[in-house]
Design a protein around this ligand. Structure first.
Ligand SMILES: Nc1ncnc2c1ncn2[C@@H]1O[C@H](COP(=O)(O)OP(=O)(O)OP(=O)(O)O)[C@@H](O)[C@H]1O
Length: 759
């Protein structure tokens, strides 16, 4: 029981902040205290950092060593502020990463991630120009450094495209990008992979050189353990914490080893076996792995000198070595839990916030670099950009040319038992070939009449799908029709029956069946009115006693294209903006270049703004071309303000871009983004009243659809185009308000996501 509670107390203390003060924080380039980081869930955690402490004094080269997958990159990501610890503290250059005034992320750091993380379509010079501008360098400074780095890192011509370089050359460009602005803190994740030994040596010499003055600090990870002999300090990482944090020379001496690999091996074995009380186990282990006497003891001995230094070693099961002050290093070890101060870490010495801090979120040098980079990226992909720009035009052309027109050339089977199908004589009151005249009227309606001799065959042709309908006219049709029309009151049932035309339709296609029905009715009315007139009657007698006056809004014969085009224009512009933006953001993120830009100080808002600027240009071109095609080429009805229509279209495109940002934030790759975009496309088209009136929807869906981005915007555009309404009509301005609200929502989500999501 007592053992349990002391164990608990020990764990509790491990998670407590240790004594620290502002001076010590400032003295060291990096202090990591009790860092705990896990991936996975709380219930099923994959612990990467488990109470890790690290101290990197200013002006040192710190070699971060450990087996593949031990968490080096994760630790570095936390240090540069790209990932958050689950518990523990990190101070970098005197501040906590991400806090105002800390300068981290920012140009004080030079970060070379493990991946190449460069724009393949840029030349070496363009790459360095981009990072140089972000770091606030002038063109002349960039040129100077470029010349030096190309020579020093043995890079090919600066005009060479990064994508055409070998893997090793690309890594060197990546290193050059980190070294370019001579930052205070260089964080290099495996910079020497794929580099020949000669160059590797000169890179190390360069690192030694730049740290000599004490103004530059370097953290370097590598798998080649022995190349870190030139480091001032190495941290050997295993199992989520450091086995040792010490100068290489001292480690070699204390372990009486020839190589650092041997030291690492010995420490690893000690760690494996030292999961119980170290004092008993460690001593036993030392004989097994040949650890010199005294080393293990020294590792567990409290640094009784009690120097007022930071604690960088581990306690508990961890074995660390004492690293008392060297000329520049100021490390000390304390492993006795009793020695731990429980005092709270003093507050950050963050400068007081100025009002302008909250408004000036766009730095001119950052915006210049980002916008230039985005446009350059577009120019390097002219074919793709042309395709993207013309795509909406092609879609609107296809829509206007294919959707909404009346069907023509519908094949109809005809059996006319009354007369031959040749009646060139004009229609007159005593005609005995009225059926033939009626069929002539029908033929003018673009129905293609196919004459049959047997009713059975005609019906069979419909059954087989060759015809949409079969029309059968009886042999005494004309006489029966005359009798029926001239003497309505006394017509014989036989006349009524014989004057009827039997129609057998295929109604599997509702639209075509309705069109055929309308053609037959309308044509008959026209034919019958002409016939009445020929007999001396008023043709209006045969008209519906309902008069359709000139419409207040819209055309006398409205067409579906006019109804659907506003929604289609907005949908096309919206979803192409989604695709363009989410694609651009995901490519940037997955290439790793985004990570790098963020570490060097680019903010989420700047990133979004730069994409907005570049893609807004494309969207404006797309929108204008789409409107020209729809209104000028296809004569879509326009009765209202084209300025309002244009603004609404731009806003919709902008809303699509913002939605694209959200999609790219939520999705890890292009495939997931495609699914999300596709998954939202069809519901939008179905629910927003774009191709079918929302009045026909289930009332619950209809209520829900009101809140979708394109519902009110589409209605608003229809009202402007076809009713000619002005902005002050509620049915118009509500569309603007709705799309504006969605822009704010999507933008807020994106900005918050970029700000707070750090893995
Ligand atoms: N986002 C993540 N989600 C889940 N697990 C992750 C994530 N990132 C890294 N890991 C895991 O965390 C562990 C540590 O990864 P990390 O990249 O930090 O190791 P490393 O020491 O840098 O390895 P290497 O030397 O091979 O680069 C690995 O097992 C890795 O699979």
């Amino acid at each position: 029981m007592e053992g349990d509670s002391s164990e608990l107390e020990l764990r509790r203390r491990e998670l407590q902040s240790q004594l620290s003060n502002v001076n010590i924080r400032k003295q060291n380039a990096i202090c990591v205290r009790r860092a705990y980081k896990r991936y996975g869930t709380k219930k099923n955690p994959f612990v990467i950092l488990d109470g890790l402490n690290m101290t990197v004094p200013k002006g040192t080269i710190y070699g971060l060593l450990g087996a593949s997958g031990c968490g080096k990159t994760t630790l570095l990501s936390c240090i540069v502020g790209r990932k958050r610890l689950n518990a523990g503290e990190i101070w970098v250059l005197g501040g906590t990463p991400g806090s105002r005034g800390s300068g981290v992320p920012g140009p004080r750091i030079g970060y070379m991630p493990q991946e190449i993380a460069l724009y393949g379509g840029f030349s070496i010079k363009e790459t360095l120009t981009y990072f140089g501008w972000i770091a606030g360098m002038t063109d002349a400074q960039i040129q100077n450094r470029l010349e030096f780095l190309v020579k020093f890192l043995m890079l090919p011509d600066a005009e060479c495209m990064v994508k055409n370089l070998s893997g090793g050359q690309q890594r060197r460009v990546s290193l050059a990008s980190a070294l370019l602005h001579e930052p205070e803190l260089l964080i290099l994740d495996e910079p020497t992979v794929g580099v020949d030994p000669l160059l590797r040596q000169s890179i190390w010499d360069h690192l030694v050189e730049i740290t000599r003055t004490g103004h530059t600090t370097v953290i370097i990870t590598t798998h080649y353990i022995d190349e870190t002999r030139q480091a001032h300090l190495i941290g050997l990482m295993r199992g989520g914490y450091f086995l040792a944090e010490e100068s290489p020379a001292k480690l070699l001496r204390q372990f009486e080893a020839d190589t650092l690999e041997d030291v690492f091996l010995k420490l690893s074995v000690i760690q494996n076996m030292g999961r119980q009380r170290r004092s008993s186990i460690a001593q036993a282990v030392s004989s097994v792995v040949g650890v010199p006497n005294g080393v293990v003891n020294e590792a567990v001995i409290v640094d009784s000198a009690g120097e007022n230094n930071e604690i960088s070693g581990e306690f508990g099961d961890n074995i660390s070595l004492s690293a008392r002050s060297t000329s520049r290093l100021s490390l000390a070890i304390s492993e006795d839990p009793g020695d731990l101060s429980m005092s709270v870490v003093p507050p950050e010495d963050t400068p007081p916030a100025k009002i302008s801090d909250y408004f000036v979120v766009l730095k001119s040098n950052h915006m210049k670099a980002l916008v230039w980079k985005n446009f350059l990226g577009m120019l390097r992909n002219v074919a793709m950009m042309l395709f993207i720009t013309l795509l909406p035009v092609a879609q609107i052309v296809l829509f206007c040319a294919s959707i909404g027109h009346d069907p023509v050339s519908l094949p109809i089977a005809v059996i006319n038992h009354e007369s031959e199908n040749n009646c060139s004589t004009p229609l007159h009151c005593n005609s005995t070939r009225l059926s033939c005249h009626y069929l002539n009227y029908l033929a003018k309606k673009d129905l293609v009449l196919h004459y049959y001799t047997s009713e059975q065959d005609a019906k069979e042709s419909v059954r087989k799908g060759g015809m949409y309908a079969s029309i059968a006219i009886k042999h005494n049709y004309s006489l029966a029709l005359q009798a029926r029309m001239v003497d309505l009151k006394n017509s014989h049932p036989w006349d009524v029956q014989s004057s009827e035309i039997d129609v057998y339709r295929d109604v599997s296609s509702k639209t075509i069946a309705e069109f055929i029905k309308a053609y037959l009715y309308d044509t008959f009315q026209e034919f019958a009115q002409d016939y009445l007139e020929a007999c001396g009657y008023d043709r209006h007698l045969l008209q519906y006693p309902i008069r359709m006056e000139k419409p207040i809004y819209g055309l006398s014969s409205p067409n579906f294209t006019d109804f659907a085009t506003p929604g289609i224009i907005l949908t096309v512009i919206f979803f192409l903006a989604v695709a363009l933006t989410s694609g651009a953001m995901l490519i940037e993120r997955n290439e790793g270049s985004l990570e790098r830009s963020l570490v060097i100080g680019i903010g989420g808002v700047e990133l979004l703004t730069a994409h907005v600027i570049c893609q807004f240009v494309i969207m404006v071109i797309q929108s204008i071309m789409v409107m020209v095609v729809a209104f000028a080429l296809f004569n879509m009805t326009v009765t209202g303000s084209l300025v309002l229509v244009t603004i609404l279209t731009f806003m919709t495109g902008f809303c699509g871009m913002c939605y694209g940002f959200v999609v790219s934030c939520l999705c890890s790759d292009e495939r997931a983004a495609t699914y999300v975009a596709m998954g939202s496309f069809l519901p939008t088209v179905m629910l927003c009243g774009i191709i079918w009136p929302s009045e026909a929807m289930h009332y619950l869906l209809r209520t829900f659809a009101i809140f979708l981005p394109l519902t009110k915007a589409t209605e608003s555009m229809r009202n402007i185009l076809q009713r000619g309404w002005d902005f002050y009509e509620p049915a118009v301005y509500v569309g603007f308000i709705s799309i504006g609200t969605w822009i704010v929502i999507f933008l807020t989500i994106s900005v918050l996501f970029l700000k707070f999501n750090k893995g």
